[in-house]
Every structure is written in structure tokens, then in C-alpha cells.
Design a protein around this ligand. Structure first.
Ligand code: HEC
Length: 155
């Protein structure tokens, strides 16, 4: 449930609910769910991989940009999660993995074969960080053998 809806519930006089035994909710800082942010990053990474596999430079450029926005959003909004230094780990292990794809996009190389290995580096960094953050069970793959989206990635 969104914290704002929780606040709205807390504002209803308890007597009106006929529930005198209820204790009012304490005012606490909302804790963002890292998994939701990661799910969005997963979606973008999957589309990035499918675009790279299809050799589609404009789409690769777009999903690289969107992925980086999401990664920075995670750093800003969930810098720490359950004791894991998320922002710091992203600085050390996450962001450097985007250098190869950024270079490939900047070069606009005429060889689309450079794209997929560059995305592979990103996927490896996802998994390295999951291990570092005690989440080694979450293993990301390129996922290029099948396109589950109602979208074509062909150039
Ligand atoms: C800080 C290092 C870190 C990096 C880098 C990272 N993750 Fe995560 N990820 C986590 C942590 C920690 C969790 C567990 C969150 C929780 O317990 O709620 C997680 C959870 C997930 C989940 C599970 C949530 C779900 O919706 O199923 C997915 C998927 C995921 N990450 C995908 C990715 C992808 C894709 C990348 C790379 C593009 C990535 N992550 C990079 C730390 C990281």
C-alpha cells in the first residue's frame, strides 16, 4: 500500500471505526521498496538486450539512457536497503558496467556485433551486485532467445 493511503487511514478518527482498541499509526518515513525499482530496471535491461541482439542502435541508445536514469534514481531514492549500501555498490559495480555500451552508442560503430557483449557486461554487474548484497539467488540473464513483449526490436 502506498504510504499516502496509510496516512489517510491513520487520519480517520478511530472511534468512527468503532475500533477503540486500534493504536494510531506512527508517523514514519516511507521506506521505498527496492524490488519495485529493480523490477523496472530489469524490464529496461531486457529491452536493451533485445535491441542489442537485433543490432538496433537507436533503440539501444534509448534503453541505455532509460536504464541509466533508473539506476541513478535508485541511488538517489534507495541509497541504502536493509543494511546494504546500494548507492555505493552501484557506484563501484553498477555504473562502470555501462561504459562499453555508452562507448558503442557514441561511436555509432557500423558493427552491431559490439552491442550484445556490451550488454552482457551490464548483466554480469547486476549479478555481481546481487551476490555482494546477499541476493545471489536473483540471477539475471540476457533473455534474448525469446521476445516476450508486444514490440519488435528489429531496426
Ligand atoms: C546495489 C547493487 C545492485 C545492482 C547493481 C543491481 N541490483 Fe538488482 N537488486 C539488488 C538488491 C539488494 C535486491 C533485493 C531487493 C529486496 O530485497 O527487496 C535486488 C533485486 C532485484 C530483482 C528482484 C526484484 C524483482 O522485481 O523480481 C531484480 C529482478 C533485479 N534486482 C534486477 C536487477 C538488474 C536487471 C540489474 C542490472 C541492470 C540489477 N538488478 C542491478 C541490488 C542490486
Amino acid at each position: 500500500m502506498h504510504w499516502k493511503s496509510l496516512a489517510a487511514i491513520a487520519a480517520i478518527p478511530l472511534a468512527a471505526l468503532g475500533a477503540q482498541t486500534l493504536v494510531p499509526l506512527e508517523e514514519t518515513e516511507p521506506v521505498p521498496e527496492l524490488a519495485t525499482y529493480m523490477g523496472e530496471l530489469q524490464r529496461l535491461t531486457h529491452k536493451l538486450a533485445l535491441s542489442a541482439d537485433a543490432g538496433n542502435f537507436p533503440l539501444v541508445e534509448m534503453y541505455t539512457h532509460e536504464s541509466l536514469l533508473q539506476v541513478r534514481k535508485i541511488q538517489a531514492e534507495v541509497p541504502e536497503y536493509e543494511g546494504q549500501p546500494v548507492a555505493l555498490l552501484i557506484d563501484r559495480m553498477g555504473l562502470p558496467a555501462y561504459e562499453a555500451i555508452q562507448k558503442a552508442v557514441a561511436d555509432q560503430s557500423d558493427d552491431p556485433a559490439v552491442l550484445l557483449p556490451a550488454v552482457e557486461q551490464i548483466v554480469q554487474s547486476c549479478n555481481a551486485c546481487h551476490v555482494a548484497a546477499q541476493r545471489g539467488a536473483i540471477r539475471i540473464t540476457l533473455g534474448t532467445d525469446k521476445n516476450p513483449f508486444n514490440q519488435t526490436f528489429e531496426p
